[in-house]
Unconditional design. Structure first.
Lengths: 235, 573, 192
């Protein structure tokens, strides 16, 4: 259902959408049943001349089952939801991919995002890293690790099309992962209130095909770093 | 002479120790604060629907002001409206009247609790007028944003906000101790555990929940205040502290707090449903046990607010399980309430309409919580408008519907006049319909990925679409309609108060003790305190000619195992 | 203003006197306040090795002496309660003041401790450990001080033979203040 409003641009976006739809239908059945019974009772047992109300304490066995049976059914449905939620959670948050292709650095501060992309060498924290403000440039079908940091207060890195969200905490480096699956350009929002400019720190994620991403890398590699690399490859 | 008269005014209305007057003080202070909170929501919803306009009655909304408006809207509605009205006002008015005694056990502590509460409200309101305005770090006040003026830009607003909240906690601790002790010790003769009306049970259980959950946050607030004012580093990672500590302390309180306000509202609804369906509550003990279970579970679910806050991801699994388990007792409560209507003879007066709409709307709030408690789905939904819509579908039924249900039901007792039923219905439909039109669009916006607390969505290209813009306008216009209809209530309130005709002692033919006192009850409530013979919900008993059986009427108790039906044993008639 | 004690106050549906019941609920709310503080401290302590070195700088002898003083004053308050139950107002009055004296000695030692720590530059801002040290002992000291003031008021009543049941209530409170110290002392002074 979420996909009707928002595209899926990561490998696990579909998982969350399915989980949402699953929970939605389970919940919808219960909700409609409960509201249906409620409205039916309101209509059926409205005050009518000459009809007295029943005297039911609710402690009788014959009546109690109407509460206890749904009660156990809810427990069963809860188990399904818990299982689904934990499976999705485990995949997105609890494990890290074994062979990530690249790592990006994400640094949040009041009120901007700094993204550090690995340069042509594919390694982060080297001379050819590309730093951008409020723009994250990614390559399609590539598994990324992210290292999320904050310089001042709490922020939260959220990419709705990835269905990803993670708080940034000053003094800690939080590592997670995502794999973009679709080329395009979408919003990144800060989700944790971070002061006056909280609503003013929009960023964009740009996802390109491998070829276009190479182009972008070439165009944006800082000049000195490029020369140093060239010097290193041509002794 | 005039001096003496003046003294009596102060004694009667301001420094009264009478539980009903203190209850009314809480209620009107709460309503006054709700008007401020309501004004805030008007301002920022206007800004959201029509970004950048000069809001009539306020002016242009700056980002700093926007943050402060949303923060204080939340704070006020929970701490200065829901709690004082549902727990303190109804608790104060109802507890002594329904257990059949003349006052609270500690009337002067009761008065002190209100005075501290009033002081807290004044501190909060004053904080809006200091330089840079009130605190704007969300009602959750996560440090380091809340801890340092350099980050939050409100050097005075932030500590004042915190002091106000802390004072409010102290007021409710004092009030809570009074409530709990009064209900435990001051019950009328014959009012045993299972003969106490559900609404009192739930108010008292809410007070206990509050008392047991707020302690760590009080300690946390002291630490945060030291961080703000003295410059310690409890929550500052740069100085060796930990910002997540506050989140744990806050939500350890914050989640039970939801039940602290929910339970009194559910209690009010239970009493109203029984009276207007002329039915005994379906499973009095089932309700109590479900509430106990909810209360206990509510202490072990707090981290579901922090799934993506950087806690150990394994912990999220544990909290997903506990969170979903809490759906069981809450669902059971809803079933029991619906089952109470079964076989009834339902009159749809204003209070009953409010009570039924509570169930209808609260169910939406309840089921949408499941998406957020499921850790996997929460990764996406956390802090979106889905969350906003979800908790408004719980808090609006609790605070607004619960309040209107209670006030329309007990109005004749509290003020001694009847409310106009027709105006009441107009007000009811004029509130409920726009309410749904405010928050259903927000569910859609949240599902589409719109995040909270952002003052202008024009900066986000994916959210600046025309279809989303329309949804925001629908929400705002519905809000304006809803606010407009509240004036119907005010008119009805004033008009009914000025009516000459007095309300009867017991207009609804209800069983509970408060209806045996005069309307309004005098100081001391009864000339002679009542005695209780049976449970509060003996409606439509087959052995009775009338469809109610008041608690105070001497005679047998049908719940007694030795009870013999007169039809089986004709000699006893 | 004429204030009449309502009938409600004299009722006792549970069989427990209302004042005792209320004090237990006060303590329940206090326990979670200190509980939250102590839990926060423990979480930090377990995550930070360095705190044990800082804890070594506290003065266990002063803390130990204070433990002894508080325990002794608790004994006095028991005796005061006992005397109040036997309607021996004079004796009760005297023992209440001994208890207050114990609290006074405790506070004096506390002042000595604080000033000597501050003189050696272990202020509240030195590290989070010291922030906890001053916050926890300060909050506890505040409770001691409140207890002393309340006891002085109750002592005046007792002297006139009024409200003797309050001696028990303040006694329960004083024991609680004592128990909190029994938790704080090893956590802040001894555990290295």
């Amino acid at each position: 259902m979420i996909e009707a409003y928002l595209e899926r641009a990561s490998t696990y976006a579909g998982d969350i959408d399915i989980l949402f739809s699953g929970v939605f239908w389970i919940v919808a059945v219960w909700f409609v049943a409960a509201e249906g019974v409620l409205f039916y009772f309101c209509f059926r047992y409205r005050k009518q001349e000459g009809v007295a109300a029943k005297y039911v304490t609710g402690e009788e066995k014959s009546y109690k089952k109407f509460i206890s049976v749904p009660h156990y059914l809810i427990l069963v449905f809860d188990i399904f939801i818990i299982a689904g939620a934990i499976l999705v959670w485990y995949n997105i948050k609890q494990r890290l991919p074994e062979n990530p292709d690249l790592t990006v650095g994400i640094i949040s501060q009041q009120w901007a995002w700094t993204f550090i992309h690995p340069g042509a060498d594919g390694e982060l924290h080297t001379a050819d890293d590309i730093k951008t403000i409020d723009e994250l440039h990614l390559m399609e079908n590539t598994t990324y690790l992210y290292e999320l940091e904050s310089l001042d207060v709490l922020h939260s890195f959220s990419v709705p099309v990835f269905r990803l969200k993670q708080d940034a905490i000053p003094g800690r480096k939080i590592v997670g992962w995502f794999t973009p699956t679709k080329t395009g350009e979408w919003d990144i929002q800060c989700t944790e209130i971070c002061g006056i400019g909280h609503g003013l720190m929009p960023a964009r994620v740009h996802i390109r095909s491998a070829y276009d991403h190479e182009q972008w890398l070439e165009e944006n590699t800082p000049a000195e770093a490029g020369q140093a690399l060239a010097a290193a490859s041509n002794p | 002479m005039s001096h003496a008269h003046k003294m009596s005014f102060w004694e009667k209305y301001v420094f009264s120790t009478d539980h009903k007057m203190i209850g009314l003080q809480y209620m009107f202070t709460g309503i006054a604060m709700a008007i401020i909170g309501g004004f805030f929501v008007y301002v920022f919803r206007m800004q959201l629907a029509f970004p950048g306009i000069s809001v009539p009655g306020y002016g242009e909304v700056t980002p700093l002001a926007y943050n402060s408006l949303v923060t204080n809207h939340g704070t006020i509605m929970i701490f200065w409206f829901a709690m004082p009205v549902l727990i303190a006002a109804f608790g104060n008015i109802l507890i002594p009247l329904m257990i059949g005694c003349d006052d609270m056990v500690f009337p002067r502590i009761n008065r002190l609790s209100y005075q501290i509460f009033l002081l807290s409200a004044l501190v909060l309101v004053a904080s809006f007028f200091v330089p840079n305005g009130g605190f704007g770090g969300a009602w959750t006040a996560y440090p380091p944003l809340s801890a340092e003026a350099a980050y939050n830009a409100t050097p005075l607003g932030a500590p004042m906000w915190l002091i106000a909240v802390a004072l409010e906690f102290v007021a409710f601790l004092l009030g809570g101790i009074n409530f709990i002790t009064t209900m435990m010790n001051a019950r009328a003769k014959g009012m045993t555990m299972y003969k106490i009306p559900i609404v009192l049970w739930l108010i008292v259980i809410a007070s206990i929940l509050f008392m047991l959950s707020v302690g760590p946050l009080i300690a946390g607030a002291v630490m945060l205040l030291f961080d703000q004012l003295l410059g310690t580093h409890f929550y500052n990672p740069g100085g060796g502290g930990d910002p997540l500590l506050w989140q744990h302390l806050f939500w350890f309180f914050g989640h039970p707090e939801v039940y602290v306000v929910l339970l009194p509202a559910m209690g009010i609804v239970a009493d109203i449903m029984a009276v207007f369906a002329r039915k005994k509550l379906f499973g009095y003990r089932t309700i109590l046990y479900s509430v106990f279970a909810t209360g206990i579970l509510s202490f072990v679910v707090w981290a579901h607010h922090q799934f993506i806050a950087g806690i150990d991801p394994r912990m999220a699994n544990l909290f997903t399980v506990t969170t979903l388990l809490i759906s069981i007792p809450i669902a059971e409560l809803c079933f029991v309430y619906i089952a109470t209507l079964y076989g009834g003879s339902i009159t749809f007066n204003t209070p009953m309409l409010w009570a039924i709409s509570f169930m209808v709307e609260f169910l939406i709030g309840g089921v949408t919580g499941i998406f957020l408690g499921a850790s996997g789905a929460d990764i996406y939904f956390h802090d979106t408008y889905f969350v906003v819509a979800h908790f408004h579908y719980t808090f609006v039924p609790i605070a607004i519907i619960g309040f209107y249900a209670g006030i329309t039901y007990w109005f004749p007792k509290i003020f001694g006049k009847m409310l106009d039923d027709k105006l009441g219905r107009i007000h009811f439909w004029g509130t409920i319909i726009p309410f749904n039109f405010i928050f259903i669009p927000l569910f859609v916006l949240g599902t589409a990925g719109q995040h909270r607390r952002i003052f202008n969505y024009e900066y986000f290209q994916d959210l600046a679409l025309a279809e989303f813009y329309n949804l925001r306008v629908i929400a705002t216009v519905s809000l304006l309609v809803m606010i407009a209809f509240q004036f119907v209530f005010v008119y009805n309130f004033v008009k009914s108060l000025r009516k000459k005709e007095k309300a009867p002692k017991n207009p609804w033919n209800a069983n509970t003790l408060e209806w045996t006192a005069d309307s309004p009850p005098p100081h001391g409530n009864w000339p002679e305190l009542p005695v209780v013979y049976r449970g509060p919900y003996e409606y439509s008993h087959p052995d009775r000619e009338s469809d109610w059986w008041p608690q105070h009427e001497p005679g047998p108790d049908p719940a007694d195992p030795d009870y013999q039906s007169p039809s089986q044993n004709p000699q006893t008639t | 203003m004429a204030f009449q004690v309502p009938i409600a106050t004299s009722r006792s549906s549970t069989g427990i006197p209302t004042s005792r019941l209320a004090v237990w609920w006060v303590l329940a709310s206090e326990i979670v306040i200190f509980g939250g503080l102590i839990m926060s401290y423990l979480m930090f302590r377990l995550h930070h090795e360095s705190w044990s070195y800082e804890a070594a700088k506290t003065d266990p002898w002063a803390g130990g002496f204070n433990t002894f003083v508080l325990l002794t004053s608790s004994l006095f308050v028991v005796l005061a309660h006992h005397a109040a139950e036997n309607n021996d107002t004079k004796k009760s009055f005297r023992y209440i003041w001994y208890t207050i004296g114990g609290g006074g000695v405790f506070m004096m030692v506390k002042i000595y401790e604080y000033s000597s720590k501050i003189m050696h530059d272990y202020t509240m801002f030195k590290s989070v450990f010291w922030s906890f040290y001053y916050t926890a002992t300060g909050l506890h000291g505040f409770h001691v001080l409140c207890g002393m003031v309340i006891m002085a008021i109750i002592a005046q009543d007792v002297k006139k033979g009024k409200n003797l049941h309050r001696v028990e209530a303040i006694g329960i409170y004083w024991h609680f203040v004592d128990v909190i110290w029994i938790f704080l002392f090893p956590l802040l002074y001894i555990a290295k």
